[in-house]
Unconditional design. Structure first.
Length: 120
């Protein structure tokens, strides 16, 4: 029996075509269980600062920073520095609004704009 699975991830504007390199960055960023947990925590709890997020997810702050950098460079999260009431600088992260329709046709279209050099 064949089954069909549909995945829908949208980038900000549904009318924008996703570039091949951006699609690769997004897929690479999502291909890690820690990063999926980070997105899930931010999506369910709203924006959060690094120390609190590290405690919630149960990973070290340096490891969390590495994962957040990957997610941010893929455009899946954004960060903003703010001062707390007691004067501490906190780096808050939140999930970006994204939605990409991942279909064979969308992949074929994105492939046309790849700049990544593939080695044989």
């Amino acid at each position: 029996m064949l089954s069909c699975v549909s995945y829908f991830l949208h980038v900000k504007d549904q009318n924008d075509k996703i570039e091949g390199d951006q699609l690769l960055a997004i897929l690479a960023a999502l291909a890690n269980p820690h990063r999926l947990r980070i997105i899930a925590a931010l999506a369910s709890g709203g924006r959060n600062y690094v120390s609190q997020l590290a405690r919630e997810i149960g990973i070290s702050r340096p490891l969390l920073h590495l994962h957040l950098q990957k997610l941010e460079s893929a455009g899946l999260v954004t960060s903003r520095h703010e001062l707390s009431e007691d004067g501490k600088a906190l780096n808050y992260f939140e999930v970006s609004s994204f939605h990409i329709e991942l279909t064979p046709a969308a992949i074929a279209e994105a492939e046309k704009s790849l700049t990544t050099n593939l080695e044989k």
